[in-house]
Design a protein around this ligand. Structure first.
Ligand SMILES: [Zn+2]
Length: 314
């Protein structure tokens, strides 16, 4: 991506410190003034990546960026953020974008990025373009029959229900997963094992499944009053390309690859209260946990797809 190299060394000037784009000026935002906290974060990334002086960060330095939130001061800051109210938050570092928390995180520079309102400015702007190919756990949760049922609700009621669902998702998935999408009636969560070195792959799969069950319980499955919305979930695990994908003005922190499509398709096959798991995920679970073996004809796949159907929270 020519012209897309961000130079994260702070360039001093008489008016302060700016994030410098090594290419044409950003047509969307122009130069961005950095807070001392952001400068600290960037120094930490450069140190982790082993970059000195004015060397720009490149695609290979992605893992350094990601590691930042899970080690040392970055980890402490993320923990602090998660204690502060309120959702929505940055999907990567947990900085709160609303309520009291916003009054603390905002002035430090952790405001929603215009490029991806699910992430804060620091996380998006401090990340190099491109990404890394890594094993990734993908969870899709979707509201069943929500559009049809919305016809009987006022827009306000629909929005309140969605917010309640998002809240359940955030309190279930944070801080273990990155909530990549919180759009419409769908949530996509990413589990990135490389952020947790030393944790075996099977444990990540167990975590994904555990959180899927937890989300179903959070919306009310298994409770006396029943669920307040119908939710179906799909899970898969495999190689994906994760990072800032797209052109600079439309950067989106996301994951792409077959694993993402498969998890989405599996979710499409799940009824309310069901979790559909690929064989790759089910392999980490005990026979009694993973439910019933099914063979599915998934869109975009020529052969029948072996999966497991589980209604754990019913
Ligand atoms: Zn952030």
């Amino acid at each position: 991506m020519p012209g897309h190299l961000w130079s994260l060394n702070a360039a001093s000037s008489s008016t302060g410190v700016y994030l410098v784009c090594m290419g044409e000026p950003d047509p969307v935002r122009g130069p961005q003034r950095l807070t001392p906290w952001q400068r600290m974060a960037m120094r930490a990334i450069r140190k982790e990546a082993g970059k000195s002086g004015s060397e720009p960060l490149v695609e290979e330095d992605w893992s350094a960026v990601m590691t930042m939130h899970y080690t040392g001061p970055g980890k402490m800051l993320s923990r602090l953020f998660l204690r502060l109210p309120t959702s929505p938050r940055c999907s990567m570092c947990g900085a709160p974008f609303a309520g009291v928390g916003r009054l603390i995180a905002g002035p430090l520079g952790y405001r929603p990025s215009r490029k991806n309102p699910n992430l804060c400015i620091t996380c998006v702007e401090a990340s190099p373009p491109g990404g890394v190919t890594v094993d990734t756990g993908v969870l899709f949760a979707d509201l069943r029959g929500f559009t049809e049922e919305s016809e009987g609700r006022t827009p306000r009621e629909t929005s309140d229900l969605l917010r309640r669902f998002y809240k359940c998702a955030e309190s279930t998935f944070f801080p273990e997963a990155i909530i990549d999408k919180l759009i419409g009636d769908e949530v996509m969560a990413l589990y990135l094992p490389f952020l947790r070195p030393g944790i075996p792959e099977d444990e990540i799969k167990l975590l994904m499944f555990g959180q899927a069950v937890e989300l179903l319980r959070a919306v009310g499955y298994g409770s006396e009053q029943g669920p307040f919305v119908q939710v179906g979930i799909g899970l898969d695990y495999g190689e994906a390309f994760v990072g800032n994908i797209g052109e600079r003005a439309l950067y989106d922190f996301t994951a792409v690859g077959d694993v993402v499509n498969t998890a989405a398709r599996l979710q499409g096959e799940a009824a309310g209260g069901e979790i559909l798991l690929s064989e790759r995920v089910a392999a980490a679970l005990g026979e009694s946990e993973r439910g019933e073996a099914v063979s599915l004809q998934l869109k975009g796949k020529a052969d029948p797809f072996a999966a497991y159907r589980c209604s754990a929270a019913r």
